[in-house]
Write a protein of this length. Structure first.
Length: 275
């Protein structure tokens, strides 16, 4: 059994605010260890339940956050930018299941460090007219390759979101959201046990299913009109409102590639503190 872990950081044990996840800060250095601990706990559970090969894809920011020297030696780690499928790089390699570790709620929703791709310029994303977090977007790509979502970990809002887009997946809540920058957190020793148990039980879902390709539409709402104007110059992207753009693609893979372009252009159009 071959498994992919898509490892984001905002939903990792103890993380509650910007400095915990922004590369270079002392807090980031501290939480790199907890993040790696979460991954190792999931790896322990996956291997205990029969996984034979696990690829850990770093999915957060610089995608150079996990501590390779502390990683379970049985795993392989995909680190660094830039990857064609971004957070889901490796989903097309014949894996039998995917874990969404350290995920978070989407832009416009309650949740610790909630956002969708861009930290604060995007106020909402819709996939086929349904509000979409990174988890929902990534689960649609997994379905395109017939890969089941085995487990989702993060705060309580993340787990509630996942109940809709991955109803069969194991859910592991490592903290309870109080606000975007505050949470009731469990110590790493406790979250490690929860993550290992959840991963072990989630392996019952592993095994490729029927692929579900098809057209998809993504709509993005920004916090300022000039970001919609900037991204609307991309071929196939249409400005649908003062702060909104939308586009369609023949597959979820192509839709996510287009979404990456939209977010990159928007990020480049931000001007200082005015956004």
């Amino acid at each position: 059994m071959r498994i992919l872990i898509s490892a984001d950081m905002e939903g990792a044990t103890g993380v509650t605010w910007t400095d915990d996840v922004v590369p270079g800060s002392p807090q980031w250095q501290r939480f790199r260890g907890m993040f790696t601990g979460d991954v190792n706990a999931v790896l322990a559970g996956l291997y205990a339940a029969g996984a034979t090969d696990v690829l850990v894809n770093e999915a957060h920011s610089s995608q150079r956050n996990l501590l390779l020297e502390d990683l379970d030696e049985r795993a392989r780690m995909l680190t660094g930018r830039h990857k064609p499928l971004s957070m889901m790089q490796g989903i097309d390699s014949g894996v039998d299941g995917v874990v969404f570790l350290g995920y978070h709620a989407g832009a416009g929703f309650d949740g610790v460090l909630s956002h969708t791709y861009l930290e604060n310029q995007i106020t909402g994303v819709w996939l086929d007219d349904v509000p979409a977090s990174e988890g929902r977007l990534n689960s649609a790509m997994a379905a395109e390759y017939g890969v089941p979502v085995l487990l989702v970990s993060g705060d309580d809002q993340t787990c509630e979101d996942a109940r809709d887009y991955a109803p069969d997946a194991e859910l592991v809540q490592v903290k309870e959201c109080v606000s975007r920058y505050a949470a009731i957190c469990l110590p790493p020793a406790r979250t490690a046990r929860l993550l290992e148990t959840g991963a072990r039980e989630s392996m019952a879902l592993a095994g490729r299913a029927e692929r579900t390709p098809g057209r998809h539409r993504i709509e993005v709402e920004f916090d300022a009109s000039h970001l919609a104007q900037a991204t609307a110059v991309i071929p196939t992207v249409e400005q649908t409102g003062t702060r909104r753009v939308a586009f369609e693609a023949p597959s979820m893979t192509e839709a996510m590639k287009a979404f990456k372009v939209v977010t990159a252009i928007a990020a480049g159009a931000v001007q200082g503190i005015y956004g």
